[in-house]
Design a protein around this ligand. Structure first.
Ligand SMILES: C[S@@+](CC[C@H](N)C(=O)[O-])C[C@H]1O[C@@H](n2cnc3c(N)ncnc32)[C@H](O)[C@@H]1O
Length: 193
């Protein structure tokens, strides 16, 4: 299983919603994703954690399933009792090829060692015409001047998506309400060819 940078999400799970901008942060992210997908979409929230963002997408009329590799994050999501939660690794999704309508990764790609297997596996399961929305350059937005590898750099994610058969659409952004300094986060949007 790929290593998580910075955090042990099993230890973080209990305090995650309270310490990461809570409802304000999750509502802002869900509203931004909502604008980029058709009404009433079916969405796989990859690295969806406690399901906080997924829960707001549900309230906006979407059908959402969370997958996450942390058993404790999945337990928190299940305790919420609103969206289905699957304990699985994003680099080995338990779904057939071309079976998923739309996929999102919110604050996932900046913590991984190598985004390539995450993009390749998402592309495998995504149906032709399905959309993929992901945060990019998360740390640039919230911690400008950081020195870590930009594993979610927009140009890298664009190249990996193109190689995996996804066409880039117009980018988007949203304000991280509930977060210190209210950073402006970038979203990249792709469509499976
Ligand atoms: C920064 S949190 C974001 C959670 C959620 N997307 C949100 O915005 O509230 C990153 C999440 O990705 C999960 N994650 C990390 N590596 C993963 C992997 N290889 N497969 C699935 N989930 C992973 C972590 O367990 C954690 O829940």
């Amino acid at each position: 299983m790929p290593e998580h940078r910075d955090y042990d999400y099993n230890e973080e799970a209990r305090n995650y919603d309270a310490t990461r901008g809570g409802d304000a942060r999750a509502t802002a992210a869900a509203n931004a994703v909502h604008e980029l997908l058709p009404a009433g979409s079916r969405i796989l929230d990859i690295g969806g954690g406690t399901g906080l963002v997924a829960n707001f997408l549900l309230k906006l009329g979407h059908e959402v399933t969370v997958i996450d590799s942390s058993a404790e994050m999945i337990r928190m999501c299940e305790a919420r009792g609103t969206v289905p939660a699957v304990h699985a690794d994003a680099t080995s999704l338990p779904f057939p090829s071309s079976s998923i309508d739309n996929a999102i990764m919110i604050w996932l790609l900046h913590i991984v060692e190598d985004p390539a297997p995450f993009i390749a596996e998402m592309a495998r399961v995504l149906k032709p015409g399905g959309r993929f929305v992901t945060t990019v350059d998360k740390l640039q937005s919230s911690k400008p001047g950081h020195t870590r590898a930009r594993t979610d750099a927009p140009e890298l994610i664009s190249r990996l998506c193109q190689e995996a058969g996804l066409a880039e659409q117009a980018p988007s952004s949203f304000v991280g309400y509930g977060q210190q300094g209210e950073p402006v986060y970038q979203l990249a949007v792709f469509e499976r060819i």
